[in-house]
Design a protein around this ligand. Structure first.
Ligand code: IMP
Length: 198
């Protein structure tokens, strides 16, 4: 039996202010206050799990226990089946400490060579309560990789990803169009249906 969110305050277990704003926008109809882990001075746990959901649950649970409030965390990345699922949970780490995604995209291109360009983005969302209960969902968008990358919108691996049925990369697309079909949109739709009564 899934648990419904009640109350007016949801901690966003992220130290990335852009992500906090985006989540507050997406759930603004259901929740009044969105303190972030950074605003509450909560520690940032290391992502030690081996799956997206594992890492999202670890972050959400740590924030819920430390704050005494329900907390939401996400974890996302790009999966290339021909690379054995890489970069996967290491998607951010492939860009190095400079967070240079041209380096990460070049590594994908080099390792893939003329292998199958099929790929998908995953977004895991976990909502945890201080008593340890957790609800988790995983959203996906399937597509293929194109080289060289195209477009200067979006972030991360957007320039090399074309969703199924489209010709433009995520970095060429209007942001509203990307947000309507992305892995994040899919995950939020599932979470709202399950926990926010949408
Ligand atoms: P996270 O912030 O730990 O979830 O790391 C997610 C990483 O996955 C980002 O740094 C990007 O590299 C990649 N990623 C996740 N979602 C997207 C997307 O919508 N477009 C491009 N890259 C993404």
């Amino acid at each position: 039996m899934s648990r419904h969110f009640t109350g007016d305050t949801l901690v966003i277990a992220s130290h990335n202010e852009g992500k906090v704003r985006e989540i507050a926008d997406l759930l603004g109809a259901y929740v009044a206050h969105f303190p972030s882990a950074a605003q509450l001075h909560l520690p940032e746990p290391e992502e030690t799990e081996t799956t997206f959901i594992g890492n999202a649950e670890l972050k959400a649970l740590a924030a819920a226990k430390a704050s005494g409030l329900p907390a939401l965390a996400d974890d996302s990345g790009l999966i290339v089946p021909a690379l054995g699922g890489a970069p996967g949970i290491y998607s951010a780490r492939w860009a190095g400490s400079d967070k240079d995604f041209s380096v990460a995209m070049r590594r994908v291109e080099t390792e893939l060579g003329d292998g199958d360009p099929a790929a998908y983005f995953v977004c895991a969302l976990s909502l945890a309560w201080p008593d340890g209960h957790i609800e988790s969902v995983e959203g996906r968008v399937h597509g293929r990789l194109v080289f060289p990358g195209r477009g200067d919108r979006g972030f991360g691996y957007d320039p090399i990803f074309v969703a199924n049925g489209r010709d433009t990369t995520f970095a060429e697309m209007d942001p509203d169009e990307k947000h309507s079909m992305s892995h994040r949109a899919d995950a939020f739709a599932q979470l709202v249906a399950r926990c926010f009564g949408g």
